[in-house]
Design a protein. Structure first.
Length: 211
């Protein structure tokens, strides 16, 4: 083989090898990426009520690990889908406390403290905007058939006007610290949505955010 054609062939083979490696890496990343659907499949495949001891603890840790590996968008869809609540309601109080502590997002406690320092009007805007975004996501999930309409209808994240006013007056930290584990779990989608909005800086200037 002449030197030039041989060099071209080698270059082609190198490029093809690089693309194959990149494609393989992409496929591996895709297969290992945690999704809301994988969490749902895990929850539906394990009957927590039939487990005890180490097996039960491993199962709960498995759910915690899956939730913590979700992207922000996938985590929102899992929270709203509420399949995980079927497990939560079967947990003991100690298990619920550990589950909540292990699944709160990074910076969650700082968010609660920061919310306390915000003027009431900013708190009101933050809560209203979070509720609005959750309602929009729930509507999309129902429209796409991702989750049964009944499950979404019975989900509590779209708060009553009375509770919204209480959160504005008391602050999230005070209300959250005094709530039961069940209430904390029900508030999780809202609080995580507020945290996302605050971290984006939409409420730092004291006016209603614009998309």
């Amino acid at each position: 083989m002449k030197p030039r054609p041989r060099a071209v062939l080698i270059a082609v083979l190198v490029v093809a090898g690089v693309w194959l490696i990149a494609w393989g890496g992409f496929r591996l990343a895709e297969s290992s990426r945690m999704t809301a659907e994988k969490v749902r499949s895990y929850v539906s495949s394990v009957d927590l009520g039939q487990l005890s001891g180490d097996a039960r603890a491993r199962a709960i840790r498995g759910l915690i690990d899956r939730l913590n590996r979700l992207s922000l968008e996938e985590r929102r869809r899992v929270r709203l889908g509420r399949e995980w609540v079927l497990w939560f309601e079967q947990m003991t109080e100690a298990e619920k406390g550990g589950f909540l502590e292990a699944t709160v997002p990074t910076g969650f406690k700082q968010m609660l403290a920061s919310f306390e320092q915000m003027p009431e009007q900013n708190r009101k805007v933050a809560i209203e905007e979070a509720v609005k975004r959750l309602r929009e996501t729930r509507a999309t999930m129902e429209q796409d058939g991702e989750v049964a309409a009944a499950a979404l209808t019975n989900a509590p994240p779209t708060l009553s006007e009375e509770l919204q006013q209480k959160l504005v007056k008391l602050g999230l930290k005070t209300y959250y610290s005094e709530s039961s584990a069940q209430t904390k779990a029900e508030l999780a989608p809202l609080l995580e949505e507020i945290q996302r909005s605050m971290e984006s800086g939409r409420f730092l200037r004291g006016r209603r955010p614009h998309d």
